[in-house]
Design a protein around this ligand. Structure first.
Ligand code: ZN
Length: 132
């Protein structure tokens, strides 16, 4: 069974560092060598891995995504959140991280970010850890 991580987003668009939540799931699994899959079961949210050191990197990603996919556009989807759907597809719904010695293998500057594009909402990320 995958582990489900509850996430409460506070803004319409924000990236939330969930690395410690994912590492906690790895710790609880007891698996020392393997693969960790993070999957976001939403159509207007996503997951990505990027820099955690300079918060301007995430701000720049969000700014540029908003330029590429503006909130108001000539969209047909009646719910009014097409921009969020498009951003979610651009960023993607899953990440794969290796596990070595019980730790997520991430570069010095990398974190795993939950990406909200249509908040605030109650969300979740799913984590599946496979030994091997
Ligand atoms: Zn929609």
């Amino acid at each position: 069974m995958p582990v489900s991580i509850d996430i409460k987003t506070k803004s319409q668009i924000e990236f939330i560092d969930i690395t410690s939540n994912i590492q906690q799931a790895v710790d609880r699994s007891g698996i020392k060598e393997g693969v960790c899959y993070v999957y976001v079961p939403h159509t207007t949210a996503a997951v990505t891995i990027n820099e955690n050191a300079d918060p301007d990197v995430i701000r720049d990603i969000i700014t540029r995504l908003n330029e590429i996919v503006p909130l108001d556009g000539n969209y047909r989807h009646a719910e009014g959140n097409s921009a969020a759907h498009i951003k979610a597809s651009i960023v993607g719904s899953s990440e794969t991280i290796f596990i070595e010695a019980g730790r997520l293998v991430l570069g010095t500057w990398q974190s795993i970010f939950f990406c909200e594009f249509d908040g605030p909402r109650s969300r979740r990320a799913m984590v599946k850890i496979v030994s091997g």
